[in-house]
Design a protein. Sequence first.
Length: 124
Amino acid sequence: MTEISKAEFEVLDALWEQHPATASDIIERLNKHKSWHDKTVKTLLSRLVKKKAIDFDKQQRSYLYFPLLERESYVVNESKSLVRRLFEGRVAPMVAGFAEADSLSKQDVDELKALIEKWEKDNG
């Protein structure tokens, strides 16, 4: 999978929110959180098209953009890549790091327990 920068991801995330969308729609969504320049967003859209992360249909004088990557599969691939790069492919040290830094909420712990119980049931 092609590397997607943080800024490109923000544009892609705005497109995942609702698509198809025009550049103006995407700019409007992005500007809810911080100020984005129109030209910057259009450049990022162009890069994402070149990377085959998104595509567009031309409708008269405007372009309707849509994602080619599914959000869920992108997140799974990026998560696996992070674990491989930083934790030698092991999830436990990553979770331990969050636990030691008091970054896990009770809800996080409950969800992790449920995932482990499901894994044990399915693989036990």
